[in-house]
Write a protein that binds this ligand. Structure first.
Ligand code: 13P
Length: 255
């Protein structure tokens, strides 16, 4: 059975103290998580070590970085390597978020390299994909997302897919309040799964966790998570308030 995950991407929010209070609030209200369910916090780099200490005794709760560099080490002032993240005992790293693709000009080739360096250092990867409104309006979203996944992930061996989570985040739904309908999410998630099935076989595709991200909140999470191919969410804004994040976690637990 594939894992269900609710992950909170804090983006560039939360000081150390604010992050501490948020995690404490979520842990306080956390429902019991069965073995097939996980909650993930993705704080800024500066909070990672502290967040790891905060959750280390809590089962099925993990920490993710929001990015890593594509090189192993070296003269890259201001950057953070996958090895450093793994040394903090974080479990995941988010790679290919649309904000990094856009603002930091991250290319498919860089993302494939980041994926390799993350896996080589024992991290699991939450690999993001998703189309712009322009592409959605043109009706070519399936081809576009497929191309992103092929370029970023299809050089991997089948056994490595166990350490990959895919997050589908339509850019037009991120931070806009405009969620993809559950039908739109299900259609794309089913397409993504079929693309992996064609490359790696149905059993591998069936065990791949595919998250939805984009204006997911407590009021729409249950409907999204009820879709057969939606295995949880990558949450931005609503992960910054304990009560809202808990509402989404609750929807996963009940789905
Ligand atoms: P919002 O939930 O704020 O739309 O952000 C989604 C996202 O980008 C998570 O990575």
């Amino acid at each position: 059975m594939r894992k269900k995950i609710v992950a909170g991407n804090w983006k560039m929010n939360m000081t150390l103290d604010e992050g501490h209070a948020l995690v404490a609030g979520v842990l306080k209200g956390l429902p019991e998580l069965s073995n097939d369910k996980q909650v993930v916090f993705a704080p800024p780099f500066l909070n990672i070590q502290h967040t790891v200490y905060q959750v280390e005794d809590v089962q099925h709760v993990h920490v993710a970085a929001q990015n890593c560099h594509s090189e192993v080490s070296g003269a890259y002032t201001g950057e953070v390597s996958a090895k450093m993240i793994a040394a903090c005992d974080a479990t995941y790293v988010i790679i290919g978020h649309s904000e990094r693709r856009e603002y930091c000009h991250e290319t498919d080739a860089m993302l494939a390299q980041k994926t390799d360096v993350a896996l080589d250092n024992g991290l699991k990867v939450i690999f993001c994909c998703g189309e712009s409104l322009e592409i959605r309006d043109a009706g070519t979203q399936n081809e576009f997302v497929e191309a992103q996944l092929k370029a970023g992930l299809f050089h991997l061996h089948k056994h490595q897919l166990a350490n990959i989570v895919v997050a589908y985040e339509p850019i037009w739904a991120i931070g806009t309040g405009r969620t993809a309908s559950s039908q739109q999410a299900q259609d794309m998630h089913a397409h993504i799964r079929s693309v992996f099935a064609a490359q790696y076989g149905q059993p591998t595709a069936d065990s791949l966790t595919i998250l939805y991200g984009g204006s997911c909140k407590p009021s729409n999470a249950a409907e999204l998570f009820a879709c057969p191919d939606v295995d949880g969410g990558l949450i931005g804004g609503a992960s910054l308030k304990a009560e809202e994040f808990l509402g989404i976690i609750d929807a996963m637990v009940k789905a």
